[in-house]
Design a binder for this molecule. Structure first.
Ligand code: M6P
Ligand code: ZN
Length: 192
């Protein structure tokens, strides 16, 4: 075959998730971008909640999309800062996350409401199988940074999350993070 892309290398700052050279603009997510994802909408529309730094390649099945994500520490009305979370549009597409810095929780869920959480920290390697929505939550005092790699044509479905949310929410409790059922989710299933 005739190769489609030339090889390339990017230097990743393992603490901050920055890329050099940056092959695409970072994609910041502010309070205003996260309306509808927390139990209570963020008060400050200008607050930076997280930032995605993509390494762009064609969004096709033959390519591997890669990005870093850095979530700032903090809470929105008691819920820890988190990503929107998504299913893949092509549901069977899988993904890998690798924790780089900070302390987090990866929350995964199926469409019938089963759910699963895994602690994230430097070196934690997470396999997210097809059919599982995924959201990362920063439960620490420092930024949470992780690397993601996924099949290029996966696509992100946010509408299902905006409608139902995840089966569980992660809040700051007296003794650290507390995972509890989301009262708004239509069908909370088993913790697997
Ligand atoms: C990871 C990957 C990206 C995703 C990002 C933020 O980097 O899973 O595909 O965009 O996290 O998550 P979300 O899109 O759910 O806000
Ligand atoms: Zn994904």
């Amino acid at each position: 075959m005739e190769p489609r892309l030339d090889p390339f290398v990017t230097l990743l700052d393992l603490q901050r998730g920055t890329l050099d050279p940056q092959r695409a603009d970072p994609e910041p997510r502010y309070g205003r971008d996260l309306v509808g994802f927390f139990q209570t909408d963020p008060i400050d529309p200008e607050a930076l909640i997280y930032q995605v730094r993509p390494i762009p390649v064609p969004k096709e099945q033959s390519e591997i999309q890669c990005s870093t994500t850095t979530i700032e520490p903090g809470t929105v009305d008691g819920e820890y800062h988190m990503t929107k979370g998504h299913f893949h549009v092509v549901r069977e597409r899988s993904e890998i996350y690798l924790g780089l810095a900070g302390e987090g929780l990866l929350v995964e869920a199926t469409e019938d409401g089963r759910h699963h959480t895994e602690p994230m920290s430097r070196g934690s390697l997470h396999y997210i199988p097809g059919g599982w929505a995924h959201r990362t939550v920063n439960v620490g005092a420092e930024p949470l940074t992780f690397l993601a790699a996924y099949i290029g044509d996966a696509g992100q479905d946010y509408d299902t999350i905006l409608r139902d949310g995840f089966p569980v929410v992660v809040r700051r409790g007296e003794n650290g993070p507390e995972v509890s059922q989301n009262p708004r989710h239509p069908r909370v299933g088993a913790d697997t």
